[in-house]
Design a binder for this molecule. Structure first.
Ligand code: ACO
Length: 330
């Protein structure tokens, strides 16, 4: 059974309500029909009667919850919650209502915040920034977590490295700038993500262009500082660095460059030193190794919200909904 099929089985065991706010896109309806038919989640679409009629035509939406943002009896509750959360940022009842009607991502996050939904999947026709920002503003981080980051679950075919070809790569999506402290937190969250999605022990490599002091530069020091912080704050995680990618993945290279390391040569969770490295790295593996790249999945948010690629198919949406539902179960 493939990774996504296993997740679907988990999702079906405890049905969660996942919102798809992009009723302006037909892929949303195609995915919703499949999700409802397969029983992966209770699925809700936000849209007016006109939007549903136009973009949902031809799909069987009998198992799908439709939330009309102009007729919804819960709307005032969401406006009140929005004002309660963001009054200090200048949000008034009028501006809250306007924002929710203009951008259904805000509406979806408020449904989660008020306990009427368990997660959101969006981004088929919105940028990553516009998908993530409402979640950061309204749902915030989990207790004890400072920063949300984004990982990809990489499934590399015919690969014995990592955990039989399964890896977590992070941060590939969110933090444009980060220091050693943020990097150590990304490592912690990535280890937790690996454990919960793959069900095996994470071995975290803190990647660099240097292995164990082979090069000296502030960029290398950022990684070694993050390693020291992670060892101090999260002593139960098997983590090592700084490691070059080959030392992290290939046993013979790992033994040569980082002798005695329990992670070198066996890493399954790769933490990149910058967003450029992470974003380019996952796309290289996706395109050249023909890997499945599931994500970006957000880690560290108080409730699960996940982004889609704008080139996604309806089946990709179904897969990300299954991941979101499993996150919501946890
Ligand atoms: N974790 C937690 N909260 C955060 C984070 C974070 N990483 N980043 C911002 N916030 C909070 C801020 O504290 C702020 O909260 P407040 O309004 O209550 O004070 C709120 O989010 C908005 O922050 P801003 O800095 O105003 O938001 P910004 O416009 O910078 O957006 C964003 C943040 C969307 C994450 C931005 O950093 C971004 O666009 N990142 C890159 C996304 C991207 O383009 N990724 C690559 C493509 S993804 C792909 O290829 C699959």
């Amino acid at each position: 059974m493939g990774f996504i099929d296993e997740l679907k089985v988990k999702a079906k065991a405890d049905l969660k309500t996942i919102v798809l706010p992009e009723s302006m896109d037909r892929r949303t309806f195609e995915a919703a029909e499949k999700i409802a038919k397969e029983g992966i989640a209770k699925v809700a679409i936000i849209g007016t009667a006109e939007e549903i009629a136009k973009n949902g035509a031809g799909f069987d939406l009998s198992g799908v919850i439709i939330v009309d943002p102009y007729e919804d009896p819960n709307k005032q509750k969401y406006i009140d919650k929005f004002v309660e959360l963001r009054a200090k940022k200048g949000v008034t009842p009028e501006s809250a209502k306007e924002q929710m009607e203009k951008d259904y991502m805000y509406y979806a996050c408020l449904m989660c915040k008020c306990g009427d939904a368990d997660g959101v999947v969006s981004g088929a026709c919105h940028s990553t920034g516009n998908t993530i920002r409402p979640a950061l503003q309204l749902l915030k981080t989990k207790p004890g977590i400072n920063s949300v980051s984004g990982f990809f679950l990489m499934e590399v075919p015919d690969c014995t490295l990592g955990y039989n070809g399964l890896f977590v790569f992070a941060d590939c999506a969110v933090n444009v700038d980060f220091d050693a402290e943020k990097l150590s937190e990304i490592a912690y969250l990535s280890a937790e993500s690996f454990r919960s999605f793959v069900g095996a022990e994470p071995k975290v490599a803190m990647l660099s262009y240097s292995t164990k002091g082979s090069a000296k530069h502030d960029d290398v020091t950022k990684v070694t500082d993050a390693v020291a912080l992670a060892h101090e704050k999260y002593p139960n995680i098997e983590l090592d660095g700084e490691l070059q990618l080959d030392a992290a993945l290939v046993e013979s290279v790992g033994q040569l460059k980082a002798p005695g390391s329990k992670v070198a040569g066996h890493a399954n969770t790769l933490v990149f030193p910058s967003l450029e490295a992470g974003n380019i790295g996952y796309k290289l593996v996706q395109r050249l190794a023909k890997a499945n790249a599931y994500g970006p999945v957000l880690q560290g948010l108080a409730m699960p919200v996940n982004d889609l690629s704008r080139g996604c198919s309806a089946d990709d949406i179904v897969g990300v909904v299954a991941m979101t539902a499993v996150q919501a179960q946890q």
